[in-house]
Design a protein around this ligand. Structure first.
Ligand SMILES: [Zn+2]
Ligand SMILES: [Zn+2]
Length: 359
């Protein structure tokens, strides 16, 4: 096979050195190096990515696209396809930091209300003991002794490195790197998918009918409902409360809704162990509507192409919590920790226990 050209190397280098890039930035680099735009040369673009991925696969990397579910923007990034956190995060993060990251991801994807985020306090209160490799073995002291301030520092690093993000409403959500990286993990672990695009519905709107499991990304709802008078749940037919803002309506006119969603560039799905183990305590977790939404693999369906590529208006990158506020919160939490935590922590420990990020 012909080696990669300097043009293809430039694209890889840009993604490796600058981290995940917004679609617009990635496409303008493509235009710079090739002198052609993706819109008018889709085939060339696809060929580039295919060739790049063929080469990257030898070193277990992959160039792929994903959507940031908080603002709907598409990102391109190079990810490590080796399936253990140690190889992905290990050169930069310590063992307890990685365990902390895993605990946060699990807490976010298990949220039956699909907010796609947990509060700072919830994150800091996560118990790393549950992340120990075996329930029989003694918990490593490094996990046990991981303090609040160490957790807080790790949170900031994860946000900085885009493994996590600060959401617009001041919570902790998944970063673009996690959306890129955990794509197959979401599927293998039966994170309930969006009814429109079939990608994991981490941050999504839920059908107003409590007995219906349908969840849809906000940007998919927009694409689905904007051109239609009938705004009902595709699963149960319940009226879906969806109101398009004026700005969205204007923007909609410029949008080509026939554009395909960002497909994975290489589809690779190996069956791995599941997070949601048989009938772990998870099935009792959410009461009336929680558990039913966790186990919904039966609703998976082929992805549709009703997706749009419009820019979202959500300011997901904003960081509403100031350092001072964080510090104050942290101090309060450390006091709490010394007093051995309140009852909420006990319940949280019980409900989170069953799930584990397994690779
Ligand atoms: Zn969707
Ligand atoms: Zn429904």
């Amino acid at each position: 096979m012909a080696p990669l050209s300097w043009r293809q190397h430039t694209l890889i280098q840009a993604l490796l050195s600058r981290g995940p890039l917004k679609e617009h930035d990635f496409l303008s680099i493509f235009a710079d190096v090739t002198g052609k735009s993706k819109d008018s040369h889709q085939q060339l673009f696809n060929d580039y990515l295919r060739k790049i991925n063929m080469e990257l696969s030898y070193v277990q990397f992959e160039l792929r696209a994903c959507r940031n579910q908080y603002d709907g923007c598409v990102y391109y990034g190079v990810i490590n396809t080796v399936s253990d956190e140690q190889s992905k995060l290990g050169t930069k993060y310590t063992v307890p930091q990685i365990a902390f990251y895993k605990a946060i991801i699990e807490a976010i994807v298990q949220d039956s209300s699909a907010q796609g985020a947990i509060s700072n306090i919830e994150a800091l209160n996560l118990r790393l003991e549950n992340q120990a490799s075996s329930s029989q073995a003694p918990v490593p002291t490094a996990l046990k002794n991981f303090s609040m301030s160490q957790k807080d520092k790790a949170l900031q690093e994860f946000v900085q490195d885009q493994w996590l993000c600060d959401t617009a409403d001041g919570k902790i959500g998944l970063g673009v790197r996690s959306f890129l990286d955990l794509r197959s993990w979401f599927h293998n672990n039966e994170v309930p998918p969006c009814d429109v695009c079939n990608e994991a519905g981490i941050k999504a709107d839920l059908c107003p009918n409590d007995s219906c499991n349908v969840r849809i990304h906000q940007y998919c709802l927009k694409a689905k409902f904007s051109s239609r008078n009938e705004k009902v749940c595709p699963g149960c037919g319940t009226q879906w409360p969806y109101f398009m803002t004026k700005a969205e309506a204007v923007e909609e006119e410029d949008t080509d809704i026939n554009q395909p969603p960002p497909e994975p560039l290489v589809q690779k799905r190996s069956k791995r162990s599941r997070v949601f183990e048989e009938n772990g305590s998870n099935s009792q977790e959410g009461g009336s509507n929680g558990s039913s939404q966790v186990h919904s693999s039966s609703r998976k369906r082929p992805r549709s192409s009703q997706n749009t590529d419009e820019e979202s208006t959500g300011p997901s990158q904003s960081q509403p919590m100031t350092q001072a506020a964080r510090r104050a919160k942290l101090e309060a939490l450390e006091d709490l920790e010394e007093n051995n935590a309140g009852p909420s922590q006990v319940t949280r420990r019980a409900t989170r226990k069953s799930t584990r990020l397994q690779r």
